[in-house]
Design a protein. Structure first.
Length: 350
């Protein structure tokens, strides 16, 4: 690896990955291309922004001229593609934005890589970061494996599935050296407070209601974000071209149970009487098309590449809460302005 383009590196997962790679590979150049949408934040990278092997470029992955010129200017040989619209509720409200960024943006990057690499050699790699949501929704038993047929059910997961198909099509059609991974729900520091855990932490701090969709019985498989970044590094350096790897925490939680655990941690940390945070729970109208259960079989990445999660959920959740409580300025900055309009539109009518 010499010149690595990371897209979406100012977002939640991207910023943890950029930090890991910048520190671990001082001889590689890490170029971070990010549009800085509402979800991108350069504060996430303040500690590494002056590193000699790091460059930030503000721009859109859909911008053909910009993307082609970046490949040339930095002689990019490796891509790790994370930039995306990532929130299911926003995709229900505005699907077209998801097609634009997640599908057209991905194909634009593939075209630029193909142009620069002339179909690619062993030293090139186009690594596409995807989600377990492309596999659809599980019943009470079973796990998603790499062979589970695609069955996306939200505009977000349909756009991610479409981008996955394009990436594989470039492998088969043009011999592009691609690799994919599909990960379960991430949590940890720097996650935008539209997603369940940071949204509820922020609401508990501010004594606002906790809007639980439906009966809170949906199940997600949670993974600490730094473990995801470690998995991406492992797959990038050791994974086989053309392969897909599922990544997950083997850590399934019913939403309501997770929320109760979070509430008890928050009461302790904030010095509030037991039960204070739980009293904020409010059951609201369910998400349209709400997938019931996700759970990943991460056996392949463990067997072939030796990766497994290192942080337990209890540890990870506590670290996450501590981070939000000691980064009030970050939280205040991202929950002002447009966030208030988003919150009103999403939750006032529920
Ligand atoms: P995020 O929403 O926190 O960050 C997305 C980043 O992409 C932001 O920095 C944003 O500014 C940037 N971006 C958006 N549109 C862009 C565009 N057109 N051009 C350039 N940059 C753009 O997302 P995240 O949660 O960090 O997810 C990152 C990737 O991982 C996504 O592809 C997502 O589908 C995937 N993923 C996320 C999870 C999860 O639990 N968060 C799980 C599995 C997979
Ligand atoms: O599984 C991987 C996916 O996980 C990623 O691909 C997505 O980018 C990421 O957003 C996440 O999707 P989810 O829809 O599972 O995450 P979210 O945090 O939005 O919701 C988690 C669960 O909590 C889900 O069952 C819906 C529920 N929920 C969510 C919110 C925001 C609530 O009950 N209330 C809420 O206010």
């Amino acid at each position: 690896m010499k010149n690595i383009l990371i897209t979406g590196g100012a977002g939640f997962i991207g910023s943890h990955l950029v930090r890991l790679l910048v520190r671990k590979y001082p001889d590689s150049l890490i170029v971070n291309l990010d549009k800085l949408t509402y979800a991108g934040n350069l504060l996430n990278l303040a500690d590494i922004e002056k590193s000699p092997n790091y460059r930030f470029v503000k721009g859109d992955i859909v911008d053909e001229k910009l993307v082609f010129s970046l490949f040339k200017e930095y002689d990019i040989d490796t891509v790790v593609h994370l930039a995306a619209e990532s929130h299911v509720d926003r995709s229900i409200a505005n699907p077209m934005e998801f097609v634009h960024t997640n599908v057209t943006g991905t194909v634009n990057l593939l075209n630029a890589a193909r142009h620069q690499w002339k179909n690619g050699s062993e030293s090139n790699r186009f690594y596409h970061i995807s989600t377990d949501e492309v596999y659809g929704s599980l019943g009470e038993t079973g796990l998603f494996t790499e062979k589970t047929p695609y069955d996306p059910r939200s505009p977000y997961s349909a756009s991610k599935a479409s981008s996955d198909h394009f990436v594989r099509a470039y492998f088969h059609t043009y011999g592009m050296p691609v690799i994919l991974s599909n990960c379960s729900n991430n949590y940890g520091p720097n996650q935008f407070p539209e997603k369940l855990i940071p949204l509820f932490i922020n609401n508990i701090i501010n004594k606002k209601p906790l809007p639980v969709y439906g009966k809170g019985e949906n199940v997600r498989d949670w993974l600490y974000v730094i473990d995801h970044a470690r998995a991406i590094d492992t797959i990038l350096t050791k994974g086989r071209s053309g392969e897909t790897y599922n990544i997950g925490g083997h850590n399934e939680w019913k939403n309501i149970d997770l929320i109760r655990l979070l509430c008890s941690i928050m009461d302790k940390k904030l010095g509030r009487p037991v039960g204070t945070s739980e009293s904020l729970i409010s059951f609201v109208k369910d998400r349209a098309g709400h997938d019931m259960r996700y759970a990943i079989d991460a056996g392949k990445v463990k067997m072939e590449l030796g990766w497994e999660p290192s942080v337990s959920f209890e540890q990870g959740l506590e670290k996450t809460v501590d981070w939000y409580l000691s980064n009030e300025e970050w939280l205040r900055q991202v929950t002002s302005g447009n966030y208030l309009d988003y919150y009103r539109e999403q939750y006032e009518e529920r």
